[in-house]
Design a protein around this ligand. Structure first.
Ligand SMILES: O=C[C@H](O)[C@H](O)[C@H](O)COP(=O)(O)O
Length: 235
C-alpha cells in the first residue's frame, strides 16, 4: 500500500507495526497477529525477508495465514509449535497495565494461543486504542454453538448485555466453527476478576480479555511513537 494513500490512522498503525518488526531477529519464530494493524506488520516482515531475514511465522487466523502465504512468509502450523520468540498483534483497547480487549475481528482464541506461546508479546496500535479503563469496546467471547443459550444467560448473570455477532445477515462463524458474542459489561472495574469468571463458564472457548499477555505496547500518535512496557507508564 503506498504511503500517499494511507489516512492518518492507517499511517499510525503502519508506523507502530514497522517499529515492532524491527524487534524480530534472524531465525525467530514469529507469532502473526490478525487485523488491520497486524497486517502492516506482515507487510513489514515481508520487506525484511526480501533483505535476507529468515523467520518462520505462526498465523493466528485463517485470514492471516492467507495474507502471509501471499506475501511469501514461511509458516508453521499453530498446533505444532512449542514456543514462539516474538508475537506481533493488534488490540481493540489497552490500558496502562497492558491489559487488552481483543477479538474485534473474531480471531481471539487463536490469538490467545499465539500470545500464550510467545516469550515476547508485542502489541501494535494507533492512539485510539488507549483507554483509562477497559470496557467501552464490548468484550468479544467465542462460544460453542450448542451451549449458546446457557452461555448467554451466564453473561447476563454477570451483569453483561450480550449480542451474538452477525456478518452479512448470518451468524458470524469463527475459524473454529463457533459463535462470537459481543458482551457489554460497561467499564470494567476489575478485568482480572471478569476474565476468571468468563473462563469458568462451560461453553466459552475464549474471551477477548487478554490479561498478562502483552509485554510491550507500541502506540503511534501524531507526534511519534510511545512504548508501554510491563510495570512502566510509558516512555
Ligand atoms: O480479532 C481480531 C484481533 O483481536 C485484532 O487484533 C483486533 O481486533 C485489532 O484489530 P485492528 O488492528 O484491525 O484494529
Amino acid at each position: 500500500m503506498a504511503a500517499a494513500t494511507l489516512n492518518n490512522r492507517n499511517l499510525a498503525k503502519q508506523l507502530a507495526a514497522q517499529e515492532a518488526v524491527k524487534l524480530v531477529k534472524n531465525n525467530d519464530i514469529v507469532g502473526l497477529g490478525t487485523g488491520s494493524t497486524a497486517r502492516f506488520a506482515l507487510m513489514a516482515l515481508a520487506e525484511r525477508l526480501k533483505e535476507g531475514l529468515q523467520i518462520r511465522g505462526v498465523p493466528s487466523s485463517l485470514a492471516t495465514e492467507a495474507q502471509a502465504k501471499a506475501l511469501g512468509i514461511p509458516l508453521l502450523p499453530l498446533g505444532e509449535v512449542a514456543q514462539i520468540d516474538i508475537s506481533i498483534d493488534g488490540a481493540d483497547e489497552f490500558n496502562e497495565e497492558l491489559q487488552l480487549i481483543k477479538g474485534g475481528g473474531g480471531a481471539l482464541f487463536r490469538e490467545k494461543i499465539v500470545a500464550s506461546l510467545s516469550k515476547n508479546r508485542v502489541v501494535v496500535v494507533d492512539s485510539s486504542k488507549k483507554v483509562a479503563q477497559l470496557g467501552a469496546f464490548k468484550v468479544p467471547v467465542e462460544l460453542v454453538p450448542v451451549a449458546c443459550r446457557y452461555v448467554l444467560d451466564q453473561f447476563e448473570a454477570l451483569g453483561g448485555q450480550a449480542q451474538l455477532r452477525y456478518k452479512n445477515d448470518a451468524l458470524f462463524i469463527t475459524d473454529n466453527q463457533n459463535y462470537i458474542a459481543d458482551v457489554d459489561f460497561g467499564l470494567i472495574a476489575n478485568p482480572e476478576e471478569l476474565a476468571i469468571q468468563l473462563n469458568q463458564i462451560e461453553g466459552v472457548l475464549a474471551h477477548g480479555l487478554f490479561i498478562g499477555l502483552a509485554t510491550k505496547v507500541i502506540m503511534a500518535t501524531g507526534e511519534g511513537l510511545l512504548v508501554f512496557e510491563q510495570s512502566q507508564k510509558g516512555s
